[in-house]
Design a protein around this ligand. Structure first.
Ligand code: KIV
Ligand code: ZN
Length: 541
């Protein structure tokens, strides 16, 4: 059997595989904020990125290595292909972390060997020991992955794993790269690796899997029963294509069904010792942070973190839950950090009350960020009677997006109604402090705002998603807007919250534009005069 840490290690890859979701790209501050939250959540390993992929990825991994973790915190890991320049970049990026890991991989399936790598099995078998030894020359902790393991020839797979372990790999990861396998097949694969790789007891067995058939979590749970002791997963299950196995689902399955899984760890069923080190009460906050910053909206019926996950709609269910919640609830919402603390702060609350509440929520802001958050809180409190934890989270998560802001929204005003052509006036301040104003007509107020912003910023794009949702109940609730725009096949998302959804839409659009511009170099606002004429000409015949 593979090395057994006595519990399941959680390897979070939200910032690497999760960030590979179309349109989910995050800036450095956002990655740092997520990494800090992952540390509070209590994951064992944070895969912070793929340093060789771009200078931005390198900088983000390095920043996380410098600022997150510590002796008691998570291991900071970087991904690298099995090549020297990749491994070297990874080693340099993670160097500042007190606990660090290099994760190197090469494909092992014939499909990948023939069509992607154009290498023979023999060539791959030569590369593996060389690259694991090279990674080992930088760090003690090396993980090796056999990409597309689930579709690889078994004897070849065993040989590759044995060679990686002999060369010093401490963790062997078995990915179902294309989400093809089924739970019993995946369980058998882990069992067979345990039986057929002679030195398997020298490494921890890990699994990684995609959700193309919606089976990733089920596959992982079968793998755990057969000796896998590290799970690679992402918050909200984000990731390539249909995503990765969802961290919150795995954690809660192992938590709620602990007595079922305990015997696979050699424990009596009733043992109360948790199977992971994750603090379940941090799950909801982590989910919201990742959703807000990536712009990947969580579907309402998503297990554990969806808006409806703890809502009882039918009369029969409500009646049962009122009599005894065990009738229809397998998880107490508080276990995942959903507090029933609705009313926390209001117009008269001071800075220290806001700071204390934010600290309770896990946001430890520096002086400058706290000042910004407090200003935004006051502004919101003028318009909304009760400020809830959700409102505070919306304020803070939006703030994380601000450092890269090239365009700032100064003013937005719309007129619309049954007998008016929707008209928007917007003022934007550019990086150089120059203010420009534009007026536009649109099919509706949001369209008019978008047209006006487009005329000022001149960043051609296609608006592909616009969604509004209410943060809390009530007529004065904050409306959260998520916008996604596309340019040259690349997606950029923006998110914002305000009691006025048109203002939130304008701010979310500006946030998305800022990301688009940041990805292609800086730009200033061009003169409005020509645009105003151009835009108005389209409408006024
Ligand atoms: O899906 C996959 O195979 C991966 C590897 C790089 C671990 O993401
Ligand atoms: Zn993957």
């Amino acid at each position: 059997m593979a090395k057994d840490p006595g519990r399941v290690l959680i390897f979070d890859t939200t910032l690497r595989d999760g960030e590979q979701s179309p349109g989910a790209s995050l800036n450095l501050e956002e990655k740092l904020a997520i990494a800090q939250q992952l540390a509070r959540l209590g994951v064992d390993v944070i895969e912070a990125g793929f340093p060789f992929a771009s200078p931005g990825d390198f900088a983000a991994v390095q920043k996380i290595a410098e600022n997150v973790g510590g002796e008691e915190g998570p291991i900071i890991c970087g991904l690298s292909r099995a090549s020297k320049p990749d491994i070297k970049a990874c080693a340099d990026a993670i160097a500042p972390a007190p606990k660090k890991r290099i994760h190197t991989f090469i494909a092992t399936s014939d499909i990948h060997l023939e069509h992607k790598l154009r290498k023979s099995r023999k060539e791959v078998l030569d590369i593996v020991p060389d690259m694991v030894c090279y990674a080992k020359s930088f760090v003690d902790d090396v993980e090796f992955s056999c990409e597309d393991a689930a579709r690889s020839d078994l004897d070849f797979l065993y040989e590759v794993i044995e060679s990686a372990i002999s060369s010093g790999a401490n963790t062997i990861n078995i990915p179902d790269t294309v989400g093809y396998t089924t739970p019993s097949e995946f369980g058998d694969l882990i069992l067979n690796i345990n039986k057929n790789v002679p030195n398997i007891n020298e490494a921890v067995l890990s699994v990684h899997g995609h959700n193309d058939l919606g089976l990733a979590v089920a596959n992982f749970l079968e793998a755990v029963k057969n000796g896998a002791r590290q799970l690679e997963c992402t918050i909200n299950g984000i990731g390539e294509r249909a995503g990765n196995a969802a961290l919150e689902e795995l954690i809660m399955a192992l938590h709620v069904r602990r007595s079922y899984f305990n015997p696979f760890f050699g424990r009596p069923p009733e043992s109360p010792t948790p199977l992971t080190a994750v603090r379940t009460e941090e799950i909801t906050k982590s989910s919201r942070l990742v959703s807000n910053l990536t712009g990947m909206v969580v579907q309402p019926n998503k297990a554990i973190v969806g808006a409806n996950a703890f809502a009882h709609e039918s009369g029969i269910h409500q009646d049962g839950v009122l009599k005894n919640r065990l009738t229809y609830e397998i998880i107490d919402a508080k276990t995942v950090g959903l507090s029933d603390n609705k009313i926390s702060l209001g117009k008269l609350s001071g800075r220290s009350a806001v700071r204390a509440r934010l600290e309770d929520l896990g946001y430890d802001l520096n002086r400058e960020d706290l000042n910004d958050a407090f200003a935004r809180f006051k502004d919101l409190a003028d318009r909304k009677r009760e400020i809830t934890d959700r409102d505070l989270e919306a304020i803070v998560s939006e703030q994380v997006q601000l450092p890269e802001a090239l365009f700032q929204l100064k003013l937005v005003q719309v007129s619309c109604g049954t007998s008016l052509l929707p008209t928007a006036t917007v003022t934007v301040v550019g990086e150089d402090g120059e203010e420009k104003t534009s007026v536009s007509l649109g099919t509706g107020p949001v369209d008019a705002v978008v047209q006006a912003l487009d005329s000022l910023t001149d960043e051609p794009n296609e608006l592909i998603e616009f969604s509004v949702k209410s943060v809390t109940e009530g007529i004065d609730a904050l409306g959260e807007v998520t916008i996604r725009i596309r340019r040259d096949g690349n997606l950029f998302s923006g998110h914002s919250a305000d009691t006025d959804v048109v203002v939130a839409a304008a701010q979310a659009y500006i946030n998305a534009l800022n990301r688009l511009v940041a990805s292609q170099g800086r730009k200033s606002i061009h003169s409005q005069d020509d645009d105003l004429a151009k835009v108005c000409k389209k409408w006024i015949k």
